[in-house]
Design a protein around this ligand. Structure first.
Ligand SMILES: Nc1ncnc2c1ncn2[C@@H]1O[C@H](COP(=O)(O)OP(=O)(O)OP(=O)(O)O)[C@@H](O)[C@H]1O
Ligand SMILES: [Mg+2]
Length: 152
């Protein structure tokens, strides 16, 4: 989905449960994952000079929870979210603390997830790095209210 140069040393782990299906708009949900993965890559690449020996890895996991919700996790082994970024996370134009960043990536991701009746959070992981969690409602709870909103 996103360009990771082979010599970047960044590994990608697909930990999505076998046969898992989610009911989402494919293009929009693709955008969510691209935005999260792009951030992860930027964080991992930015960290390379400071900590060249550290493992650089992105893990994407997804599974169905007991309550029927689907949990999607995008996690990386980068430096984690800077304190300043946490303050306005998911808010358009105000969240970026990166030079050249517009601060739209997470805001768009949140809007799409919410249009699907779900929610996205930054999880406080026990491991270093950043961990974003998306919870999508179970199919049976999807009604007209979950109709997706086009993002331009
Ligand atoms: N995986 C991550 N690791 C570390 N910091 C992150 C991560 N994801 C987001 N951030 C921080 O959150 C800020 C907001 O992210 P967001 O994607 O909304 O905007 P951006 O990446 O700066 O700009 P854009 O996505 O519009 O190009 C980033 O500037 C970065 O500081
Ligand atoms: Mg971004």
């Amino acid at each position: 989905m996103v360009a990771v140069s082979p010599d970047s040393g960044i590994g990608c782990v697909n930990a999505v449960g076998e046969g898992l299906e989610v009911e989402v708009d494919p293009d929009q949900f693709h955008r969510v994952l691209v935005n999260l993965c792009r951030n992860a890559i930027q964080a991992l690449e930015g960290n390379e000079a400071d900590q060249p020996s550290v493992v650089r890895r992105i893990t994407i996991a997804a599974r169905q929870e007991v309550d029927g919700e689907t949990l999607v996790i995008v996690e990386d082994t980068g430096p984690g979210l800077p304190e300043r970024a946490r303050e306005n996370l998911f808010k358009a134009f105000t969240g970026s603390v990166r030079s050249g960043g517009t601060g739209l990536g997470l805001a768009i991701a949140a809007e799409i997830v919410e249009a699907h009746g779900g929610r996205i959070t930054l999880a406080d992981g026990t491991t270093p790095g950043a961990r974003f969690e998306i919870r999508l409602p179970s199919r049976s709870s999807l009604g007209a209210a979950a109709a997706t909103v086009p993002i331009t």
